[in-house]
Write a protein that binds this ligand. Structure first.
Ligand code: 3EB
Length: 343
């Protein structure tokens, strides 16, 4: 699309609220474009939840997305979506028991439908994907379920002609204890600018020790949102240096390493945009494998980032399994700042 057309497009905005605030906001005015809530399942036309336990007695949080006023909704295969013609938010909730397929085939089908939905809505560029897999670290019959998911996901990207290596979208993949295979995704008309982390091997180049097909995601993605704003979507980030898990068994050291990785990927993003992003001004989700670790993780984050930082005020702590069984904590975040991409 041309630059002029991009400039006319409705801008996308996101705000992180408590679920209560989000519902009150929606009740008081027009329905939001879409919302993704963390810590509560169930959904209706415009809000969809990630069903994982909220830790530390904190409230479930919600990302309220605002886009153009003329929202259309549709169903494409197993994908339900809402779009204003410029931005698309879609969801998949698949109960594996309802489908006689293994997780590889099911993931491939979900992603195939997802790309079809993007085509139908005229939003061909994936910006960010959230994946939640039941029992992610379990054996799926000769292969770990996360590895099965990776195989199906990569195959669907290749078949759809979507960038499966360089240029892949930002993503996360977490394990939930029960329920459906959940995928949420955000797509648009303008391609995002992928960002890698100089401290880490690109995940799409992981050696085959981590599975026959590599994971399909970039460490982060920069996306112009219109209205002079740029978004930084930071993928799930953990204690991995090069391609290796480091500090096995030491959650404190894993969190320190994760913070170094987050700061490194933000620094790399800041080279590619006139916007200035900081970790302190981002909206994170903190995934904790063992609930007993959560109070210590929160204290350590308060110490590192400031108890009054936006990061801490907006943080949501969820119990989840992380895609490698030695990883104890993983953090993802997004932020928006004024600026534009550098070519
Ligand atoms: C890692 O760095 C940790 O498979 O989509 C992080 C973000 C991770 C996304 C994915 C996996 C994914 O490899 C795991």
């Amino acid at each position: 699309m041309t630059l002029a057309a991009a400039a006319e497009a409705p801008s996308l905005r996101v705000e992180r609220l408590t679920l209560g605030q989000g519902l009150a906001r929606a009740a008081g005015g027009a329905k939001p474009f879409a919302a993704l809530s963390y810590g509560v399942g169930g959904d209706n036309a415009w809000i969809t939840g990630v069903s994982a336990r909220v830790l530390l007695n904190s409230e479930p949080m919600v990302d309220l997305w605002h886009a153009g006023a003329a929202v259309q909704s549709g169903t494409t295969g197993v994908v339900r979506w809402r779009s204003d013609g410029h931005w698309l938010l879609g969801v998949v909730d698949l109960d594996e028991n309802d489908h006689g397929e293994d997780l590889t085939a099911l993931s491939q089908r979900a992603y195939r439908n997802l790309f079809e939905a993007m085509k139908q809505a005229g939003c061909p560029h994936l910006l960010r994907i959230w994946n939640y897999l039941p029992r992610i670290n379990d054996d799926g019959g000769g292969m770990e379920r996360y590895r099965q998911f990776n195989a199906g996901r990569q195959q669907a990207f290749l078949e759809a002609g979507q960038a499966a290596f360089e240029g892949a979208p930002a993503a996360c993949a977490l394990g939930v204890h029960e329920g459906a295979l959940c995928i949420r995704f955000l797509a648009g008309r303008v391609p995002p600018l992928p960002v890698e982390n100089p401290r880490q091997v690109s995940a799409y180049h992981y050696p085959s020790d981590y599975g026959p097909r590599s994971p399909t995601f970039s460490r982060a993605a920069l996306a112009p949102l219109g209205g002079g704003q740029v978004a930084l979507f930071i993928s799930g980030t953990a204690s991995i240096v090069g391609h290796q898990t480091v500090h096995v068994g030491d959650v404190r050291a894993q969190l320190d390493e994760t913070l170094l990785n987050l700061r490194a990927v933000i620094a790399a993003a800041n080279e590619r945009s006139s916007a200035i992003f900081t970790l302190e001004r981002s909206d994170p989700v903190v995934y904790v494998r063992h609930p007993a670790d959560a109070p210590g993780i929160r204290r350590q984050l308060e110490h590192a980032l400031g108890a009054g930082s936006r990061f801490m005020r907006h943080a949501v702590f969820l119990q989840a399994d992380i895609c490698r069984s030695e990883l104890l904590v993983e953090i993802e975040a997004h932020a928006t700042e004024p600026g534009e991409l550098r070519g």
